[in-house]
Design a protein around this ligand. Structure first.
Ligand code: GCV
Length: 672
């Protein structure tokens, strides 16, 4: 008996000793957490600049037992060292390693929507990371940012919001921007600025902003000279003009091309560029999705060589799912640039786990058929920009899983053919430290794989619980919660404009019989989208208005299918929570608890979305919920016209249980 007890105790002891011990980390290293430091990797290899290699390219190889990293430039060398560091973490840096790479795009930018008062438009990670209002620039943070960007190959940053403040071009701000540029240059990053069209009027009292007015043209030339004197490698301007109330050349009867070319002329002598946004739409149009093509196609071929048209991935506005913007398949003689949104404006801010690797993979790999089959969106664009999700938070992004989107964006900007799954795998292995005493294989199986599974399923989960089957823009004012009932105000800012639900059915008719949006795509897409038999079901209600009893491929009615998708979204997030619960032994307590709280909020928000949308649409469909879905948690009468309480920066508030704090509609609120 004694022998048996002692054997059992030894067994227990061994089991206890072999328990993995999570490594404490707080997420401030982001994906540079695992592996050797950049400096250690650099010190361990022989480096060389080889002008025969592409400027930003590198070659890692072994010769005579020595590891070499050669590159076309200092920037290329940096990318090579980071690539080697990543390969080491991924176990791909064994003897005989031979890796040669160069970036697919020359322009790989982050766009910061940071305001000069330090607020960040659609920022969910604290105030502006540039600290515009502080006495001096935050040197340490900017170095940290530079390292993170360089580690994924990003080489440009537009520092300020596209809804620009003209003061960014005054002498004081130019001097400040020059200091930031001096740091970023060390990481191979060029600095750019967004400009306000009316700057000559506000800053120098000019009477007009007409791009054909010689005085206006000279003002911009002088301004460019002033900027380049301070920042010799300044990248150029990003412009939002004649869009959402911003002024632009059309106010003077001129075209986008007139405006862009005037700025292009000002920066051309210095090698600068102009990124002119195609995000334009008028409230009177019957279909907002048509407008970029309507305005820009007639101008194809009229833009200067150093102008590039920056186009959002979808034709509306960074919705959880949109088809790619038809403009990508239409412009033939104009340079185009992709605009993705890294910050999660429409996907739960920094509260919801929504990995965009899959969103962007879907878009980049989509075929525009512009030059025949194989004309992917990735091949149509010559540059790429991502609206950043950074702020002053110590982890930059508000939450560890939000960092995955910055990482994924950078990796796809470097190589748009990478798969979302590979990127997810890389990010998990580089970000989360393997617990002490745990073998690589066990870590991969027990932690990396399940977390990767969460990432890969996450965007579709958001689509399901926010707006499945091609529904879009069902948001309330802050773009966080649901408001399908909203129909007051500017029509193209209201959900009712997009879902068009009535007793007959739901969806936006963009077929030839409707807004004709399908005709902006090239064949065979026009026919594919136009025809109900071939339209992909995940875009069904984007392109078609259908009766509630329309039969889907599952054999179910549209109404039932909508309910099932909302329910599936909730169940998927509940699955994430369960998986994460089981991962507690492997993750730093701080990171584990942070994510656990976020997933609790996400699951509750998913129910709020479902209750609001299904409950509201049910008032039109008049049908019961299918038997196999979770019943609504809150009846529609208690949700309609209500929104979430937000703090002064617009961050939504949740209670201890993670439930959204829902406000009474304004007219029902008791006077204070
Ligand atoms: C910077 C959407 C966002 C705005 C943003 C705009 C744009 O409308 O809600 O915050 O403004 O897009 O991309 O210009």
């Amino acid at each position: 008996m004694r022998k048996f007890l002692s054997l059992a105790l030894t067994g227990l002891l061994i089991a206890a000793c072999s328990q993995p011990v999570p490594v404490a980390q707080d997420g401030t290293d982001l994906w540079l957490a695992a592996g050797r430091s950049y400096e250690d990797v650099l010190a361990s290899v022989t480096t060389g600049i080889d002008p025969a290699l592409p400027a930003e390219g590198f070659h890692i190889y072994d010769a005579s037992g020595v590891r070499h990293v050669d590159a076309g430039s200092e920037a290329g060398l940096r990318y090579g060292i980071y690539a080697l560091q990543r390969a080491e973490v991924l176990g791909q840096a064994g003897p005989g390693m031979d890796l040669q790479e160069k970036p697919f795009y020359d322009l790989r930018l982050l766009n910061h929507w940071d305001n000069l008062d330090d607020t960040v438009e659609r920022g969910y990670a604290g105030m502006s990371m540039w600290e515009w209002t502080a006495a001096d620039i935050p040197v340490e943070r900017i170095h940290h940012y530079g390292k993170l960007c360089a580690s994924v190959g990003l080489n440009g940053a537009v520092l300020n919001n596209v809804n620009a403040n003209p003061l960014v071009l005054d002498a004081e701000h130019i001097a400040r921007v020059a200091k930031i540029a001096d740091i970023l240059r060390g990481y191979g990053i060029k600095t750019y600025l967004s400009i306000k069209w009316t700057s000559p009027i506000t800053l120098s009292g000019l009477k007009s902003g007409d791009p054909l007015d010689p005085k206006v043209r000279q003002w911009w030339k002088d301004k460019a000279a002033e900027i380049y004197a301070a920042i010799p490698d300044f990248g150029g301007f990003l412009v939002k003009a004649n869009s959402e109330g911003q002024a632009g050349p059309q106010d003077y009867g001129r075209t986008h091309a007139d405006g862009a070319n005037m700025l292009a002329e000002a920066v051309a002598p210095y090698g600068g560029i102009v990124m002119w946004r195609a995000f334009v739409y008028a409230p009177t149009s019957p279909d907002r999705a048509n407008q970029a093509v309507e305005e820009f196609l007639p101008l194809d071929g009229q833009f200067a060589d150093n102008v590039i048209i920056q186009i959002k991935n979808g034709p509306v506005d960074f919705q959880p799912r949109e088809p790619f913007s038809p403009l990508f398949g239409k412009l033939k003689n104009t340079k185009m640039m992709m605009e993705f949104q890294v910050t999660q404006e429409y996907l739960g801010f920094s509260n919801h786990l929504a990995f965009h690797g899959t969103t962007w993979e879907e878009c980049l790999q989509a075929d525009t058929y512009r030059d025949g089959p194989g004309s992917t969106v990735a091949k149509m664009v010559t540059g790429i920009a991502g609206v950043a999700n950074t702020g002053q938070d110590s982890n930059f992004c508000g939450y560890v899983f939000a960092q995955a989107n910055w990482y994924a964006y950078g990796r796809l900007a470097w190589n748009p053919t990478l798969s979302a799954e590979q990127i997810a795998d890389e990010w998990v292995r580089q970000t989360f430290l393997k617990p002490e005493g745990m073998k690589d294989a066990a870590f991969a199986k027990k932690f990396v794989e399940p977390v990767k599974g969460i990432l890969m399923a996450s965007r579709e989960a958001v689509v399901d619980y926010e707006m499945p089957l091609g529904l879009h823009h069902l948001f309330g004012g802050t773009h966080y919660g649901p408001a399908p009932w909203e129909r007051l105000g500017r029509p193209d800012w209201t959900p009712a404009y997009y879902h068009k639900a009535d007793s007959a059915g739901i969806g936006f008719d963009r077929t030839r019989a409707g807004s004709g949006n399908v005709d902006q795509y090239n064949e065979p897409l026009t026919s594919t989208y136009n025809d109900l038999a071939t339209c992909p079901e995940n875009l069904l209600l984007w392109f078609h208005h259908l009766p509630w009893d329309y039969k889907l491929s599952s054999g179910r009615d549209l109404w039932d299918e909508i309910c099932l998708h909302y329910d599936r979204g909730i169940q998927t997030v509940e699955g994430f929570r369960k998986t994460w619960q089981g991962l507690q032994p492997y993750v730093s307590p701080a990171l584990w608890a942070e994510t656990d709280r976020k997933l609790t909020i996400q699951a509750s928000d998913a129910r709020w979305w479902r209750d609001a949308c299904v409950g509201y649409f049910q008032t039109f469909s008049g049908r019961p919920l299918p038997a196999d879905v979770e019943p609504l948690r809150t009846p529609i009468d208690s949700l309609i016209y209500r929104s979430i309480q937000s703090d002064r920066l617009g961050m939504p508030q949740h209670d201890e249980a993670g439930d959204p704090i829902i406000l009474m509609p304004r007219r029902f609120r008791r006077p204070q």
